[in-house]
Design a protein around this ligand. Structure first.
Ligand SMILES: Cc1ncc(COP(=O)(O)O)c(C=O)c1O
Length: 415
């Protein structure tokens, strides 16, 4: 059997493209942060994780430009060998200081930070526990490790407790959760999770990709709960509030030292480019100096949740700038997404298996009230046809395959 045979059978995405309803890889030609250019149109961007609006900040841009001038465009290798700059070490020191932890390891992406951390720490006799809503990089880290991977129902602490209790003596236990869940915008039940982990002798990693820069004046989920000291490791990404590309893991000196010598995603992959490291560092400093940004991002989210409520639209469990809008199904998701694009609003359509069908919206400190009202008006006019009151309990198949059905049925029209 030719292993490529699945390739020729894969027509779903092309069919969706042909029907003009393919929602991925949109080629933007301009990006001002709060607005983007698609074709000849300017759209309000409500699908970005640029929570503090720093991608367009002149200080962050200048830091990147200066780093390119000083160090060139790439480090062309792993930090382990030729690709380590004093700049990477400085970023580690300032991240550790920011979190009030002894040490940090900068890794090339947030995805790789989770992959490397989990797979380096969990071995054959160990068990990794991940929340069912945890990010793909956490699941993939568990799979890459030789450990057993157990998923527990979202924020179901009694279920986690039972699963931990069932682990045989002698097996190591690593619990990994998101601080803020990326598809729902809700928080992990950190106080309960910390208590269970301590009682059951499990180590705890919190991925704070969406908490950093947002919660507790930007200090993140663990600080928000006052529990930074009782969380073993915090993983972060630079690709959201820090307006760059890269990731890191923060924790105790010995653990970070071990990870820097065992995390394969750090050792066998090139370091963040000079521009990436410098812009992340500049953004981190701004985040600390300008706590109003985190507060404004939250205020804008609150404004949106209130405005949605007034229009009879549920913002789900959102407690952060991530707001999910549940749709009635795949077709409704795509048609609504498409209509919003036409109305000048960019959102992210999310389909199974990533999550139940929804539009994922996210808001920035730099969105103006005018931007937000435009989004509310566009949504308000369409909610009745497309949005669900409750989460649909049908799993309506894989995303692009479902789009293909859409293409076949010619159902791009309003339902
Ligand atoms: C919760 C979470 N963890 C990790 C990542 C990966 O981060 P990066 O984009 O730096 O690979 C993301 C990004 O989508 C995320 O949402």
């Amino acid at each position: 059997m030719d292993i490529f045979s699945k390739v020729s059978g894969y027509t779903a995405a092309r069919d969706a493209m042909a029907a003009g309803i393919y929602p991925y890889f949109l080629p933007l030609t301009g990006n001002e942060g709060t607005t983007v250019t698609l074709g000849d149109r300017e759209l309000v961007m409500c699908g970005s994780n640029n929570y503090l609006g720093l991608t367009a900040d002149p200080r962050v841009k200048q830091a990147a430009i200066r780093a390119v001038e000083q160090f060139g465009t790439s480090c062309t290798g792993s930090r382990f060998l030729n690709g380590n700059l004093a700049l990477h070490d400085q970023l580690e020191a300032e991240l550790a200081d920011f979190y009030g932890k002894p040490a940090a390891a900068v890794i090339s992406t947030g995805y790789q930070a989770n992959l490397g951390t989990i797979s380096a720490l969990a071995g054959r006799d160990d068990v990794v526990f991940a929340d069912r809503a945890a990010h793909a990089s956490i699941v993939d880290g568990g799979r890459l490790s030789d450990a057993k991977l157990r998923r527990f129902r979202h924020n179901d602490i009694p279920a986690l407790d039972r699963a931990l209790a069932a682990v045989p003596d002698g097996a190591g236990k690593l619990v990994v959760v998101d601080g803020v869940y990326s598809m729902e915008g809700d928080l992990c039940a950190l106080p309960e999770i910390v208590e269970v982990c301590e009682r059951r002798g499990a180590r705890l990693v919190v991925d704070d990709a969406h908490g950093l820069g947002v919660l507790d004046k930007g200090r993140g989920t663990c600080s928000y709960f006052g529990l930074t000291d009782r969380v073993d490791l915090i993983t972060v990404t630079f690709s959201k509030s820090l307006a760059s590309l890269g990731g890191a893991v923060v924790g105790d000196e010995d653990v970070i030292h071990y990870l820097k010598h065992h995390a394969r995603s750090l050792i066998f992959s090139a370091s963040p480019t000079p521009a990436s490291a410098a812009s992340a560092l500049a953004a981190l400093r701004i985040l600390r100096e300008e706590p109003w940004r985190a507060e404004r991002a939250q205020q804008n989210a609150e404004y949106m949740r209130a405005g949605l409520g007034q229009r009879g639209i549920s913002p789900g469990e959102s407690a952060t700038p991530v707001i999910p809008l549940r749709t009635r199904g795949t077709i409704e998701t795509i048609v609504l997404w498409r209509e919003l694009i036409d109305a000048g609003v960019y959102t992210n359509p999310v389909l199974p298996p990533a999550a139940s069908p929804r539009l994922r919206l996210s808001f920035m400190a730099t969105h103006t009230t005018e931007h937000l009202d435009r989004v509310l008006d566009a949504l308000g006019a369409r909610a009745e046809h497309f949005l669900a009151d409750d989460e649909p309990d049908v799993d309506d198949g894989y995303a692009v395959e479902a789009l293909a059905e859409l293409a076949y049925s010619g159902a791009a029209a309003r339902p």
